[in-house]
Design a protein around this ligand. Structure first.
Ligand SMILES: [Zn+2]
Length: 347
């Protein structure tokens, strides 16, 4: 796996060899031409979902011999994002001129417009690829409109749905797609890739510890001073909680920072994940040397279920944010669970 990076600047399908069974299944499908009409590519942000979708589109549309050749006009157009038979749906960047830009969700008007495009003849007379990024952002009506199309697929049209939150998709959509779940990359591989891209060794090691196995995320945090500042804050506010009285202070302080919520939850999740990896012996103790001693004790001897409970607690906050529960109340619940766990490990 560590040897597969031949040209770090231009990703190729073989870069996904480290994904094991997913890679083998995909290559078999591409070789044999046994495509289904919809795939659900899932995995954390920055893991390579868009890269993979683009490479699949190149392969499916390539006019060269060794697919994807990367040099035929079709491969070039896909790489440049302007192939006429590749439709890319991105929340906030509607294809439909009547849909307002910058919306978080994909509304049904946009989906109907998209499906209208899909109903037309392709430009090249061959396949059409529809890539829906952040597919979990389809509102329920849009998802249902898409579902009808997935139930009665059109010849030659292949949908690639991308999501980092598959649990937010309708079960009926999920069941209509073949799952392609990207798992976190190995640390050594990420370290190599991001150093190739110019990140210093020292920063690369810190970024790898905090990126959750995502190459894209490792690259972005390596260049992000705010990330490291936020990590300090999370360490102080969420891991270092000295007493119950602090819960109100912390939740009050974060109440006004709704825009930072995603970043906060990701940072916290990464830190819990690092604890788990240390527990499993897959990361060194050095990764948690600045954590409070209770958490280091936990990483030395807790049962795995304890880490899963904490990760679940973070997931719950994400879910609660989508419901009527206030951000502050969701945070207090999380803080309480963190504090309960921490109290088990004081010496
Ligand atoms: Zn080609």
């Amino acid at each position: 796996m560590a040897e597969m990076l031949e040209n770090p600047g231009v990703p190729s399908l073989s870069d996904f060899a480290g994904q094991g069974a997913l890679y083998e299944g995909m290559m078999r499908t591409l070789r044999d031409g046994t495509f289904v009409h919809a795939y659900l590519i899932s995995g954390p942000e920055g893991i390579g979902k868009r890269t993979l979708a683009r490479l699949m589109a190149q392969h499916l549309l390539c006019t060269g011999v060794e697919k994807p050749c990367g040099v035929c006009p079709s491969c070039q157009q896909v790489a440049d994002g302007n192939h006429p038979d590749v439709i890319i749906e991105r929340p906030g960047e509607p294809l439909c001129p009547d849909v307002e830009r910058g919306r978080k969700l994909i509304p049904v008007a946009e989906m109907r417009y998209l499906l209208g495009l899909v109903g037309q003849h392709t430009f090249a007379g061959g396949r059409r690829i529809v890539i829906i990024e952040q597919a979990d952002r389809m509102n329920p009506q849009a998802a249902n409109a898409l579902l009808k199309t997935l139930e009665e697929p059109m010849d030659g049209t292949i949908f690639l749905l991308l999501t980092d939150a598959p649990e937010l998709l309708l079960d009926t959509i999920v069941s209509r797609c073949r799952a392609m779940k990207l798992h976190p990359w190995e640390d050594a591989y990420i370290l190599k890739v991001i150093q190739h891209r110019g990140v210093s060794r020292d920063m690369a090691e810190r970024a790898v510890a905090a990126c959750g196995g995502s190459i894209g995320r490792a690259l972005s945090i390596a260049a992000d001073e705010d990330f490291w500042k936020l990590r300090e804050e999370v360490l102080h506010d969420f891991l270092d909680l000295p007493s119950r009285g602090e819960i109100l202070r912390v939740s009050n302080a974060w109440k006004e920072r709704k825009d930072d919520a995603d970043a906060l939850l990701s940072a916290l999740e990464d830190m819990i994940r690092t604890l788990l990896l240390v527990r499993l012996g897959r990361q060194s103790d050095a990764m948690i040397r600045d954590y409070p001693p209770e958490w280091r004790n936990m990483a030395a001897s807790a049962e795995l279920a304890a880490f899963i409970r904490l990760l679940d607690a973070v997931c719950d906050v994400r879910r609660l944010r989508l419901s009527q529960v206030t951000w502050q109340a969701a945070l207090e619940k999380l803080l309480l669970r963190m504090m309960e766990e921490k109290s088990k490990w004081s010496t």
